[in-house]
Write a protein that binds this ligand. Structure first.
Ligand SMILES: C[S@@+](CC[C@H](N)C(=O)[O-])C[C@H]1O[C@@H](n2cnc3c(N)ncnc32)[C@H](O)[C@@H]1O
Length: 338
């Protein structure tokens, strides 16, 4: 039935449903194929097969999904974990490495896969989460309890419940499919919560809001990591615009203020500090090729670092040096220096 319905791994999925309704493991089924399936279980199996054939995702039928080697409970209130989200976790772990007691927030936690994986794989970190959906939070809370992860849950709109709080790492897998995208009608997506998939607009609405508000919630040298669609790279220029207009001083550099990864970037950081500016936002261009190329296009300037003050492009390291020597830079930074 599943193969006829076009389910890709029909045999495997039928077997998983059989294991689910019978309570037998695969090895039990192989070794004792004569084990009878009692009538109620047979009926449930037939019903589940029919629902799967009509497109309902397997994870919603069994109520669980595996992610990073752990079993998470899922319901139609949460997105089914996608394997590509592991990249977000690997990147976050890389940024957390070496920090003694880092703080992290997972925006749009859904079933809690990101926050819980980070809590279990980086026990030194304090992890907070936010989701607009109370039902999703209840699923995530349940998963955290079952898997023994210590995570704090907030219900609200992105940074809404986090006033005044700053983090070393902000992670998010926000809804990023554009309204009306034909993919929303395929592969079981109509069964998943629409608020987890699409922003109801151009697909970049949530990303724009998160990017614009993130600097006010990042510790110096902190990181914002988020998942985005395969075709949203050109939107990097919008992010650059949002970042440079949303923050008084922004330095696009190699590395970050604590660990500059080229001499010019280190000099730019030093000049800002000598001018008395401690609280500037840095964007590490080595972490994102699209931002690296995007910022060169945005400013029409071929090299990194690049300094922006109050939304205006100022220049690179040599220009900063010259402007510092003439006192022009200090003038531009007046009112911003701590
Ligand atoms: C793509 S799902 C990600 C779920 C989970 N983090 C994962 O990776 O599987 C996006 C999540 O963002 C939540 N969300 C949507 N709009 C939100 C908002 N304005 N504020 C907070 N969370 C929101 C949805 O409820 C959903 O759980």
């Amino acid at each position: 039935m599943l193969a006829e319905a076009g389910v890709e791994s029909a045999r495997l999925e039928a077997r998983l449903l059989l294991e689910y309704v019978s309570g037998y493991r695969y090895t039990d089924l192989l070794m004792s194929p004569e084990n009878p399936l009692m009538l109620p279980a047979q009926q449930v199996f037939d019903e589940l097969l029919a629902r799967r054939a009509s497109g309902e995702p397997l994870a919603y039928l069994t109520g669980e999904a595996e992610f990073r080697g752990r079993l998470f409970q899922v319901s139609p209130a949460v997105l089914i974990p996608r394997p590509e989200t592991e990249v977000l976790i690997d990147l976050a772990l890389e940024k957390l490495r070496g920090l003694a007691a880092p703080t992290v927030v997972d925006l749009g936690t859904g079933s809690g896969i990101v926050a819980i994986s980070l809590a279990l794989e980086c026990p030194a970190a304090t992890i907070a989460t936010v989701d607009l959906s109370e039902e999703a939070i209840s699923v995530a809370r349940n998963n955290a309890g079952r898997l023994g992860a210590s995570v704090k849950f907030h219900q609200g709109d992105w940074f809404g419940p986090l006033a005044g709080q700053r983090f070393d790492v902000i992670v998010s897998n926000p809804p990023y499919v554009a309204a009306g995208d034909p993919h929303l009608a395929l592969n079981g997506l109509p069964h998943e919560p629409q608020m987890a998939l699409t922003d109801g607009a151009d697909g970049l609405d949530c990303i724009r809001r998160i990017v614009a508000a993130a600097p006010a919630h990042l510790n110096p040298g902190g990181w914002l990591l988020f998942e985005h669609g395969y075709d949203q790279g050109e939107a990097s220029r919008n992010f650059i615009h949002a970042t440079v207009t949303g923050n008084p001083v922004v330095l696009y550099m190699k590395g970050d203020a604590r660990f500059p990864q080229c001499g010019f970037s280190a000099t730019a950081v030093q000049i800002l500090k000598v001018c008395g500016v401690d609280d500037f936002v840095t964007v590490n261009v080595l972490a994102d090729e699209e931002i690296r190329n995007g910022v060169k296009e945005y400013a029409n300037w071929p090299t990194i670092p690049q300094l922006y003050i109050k939304g205006e492009f100022v220049g690179g390291c040599d220009i900063m040096k010259e402007m510092y020597q003439t006192g022009e830079l200090q003038q531009m930074l007046e009112g911003i220096a701590a």
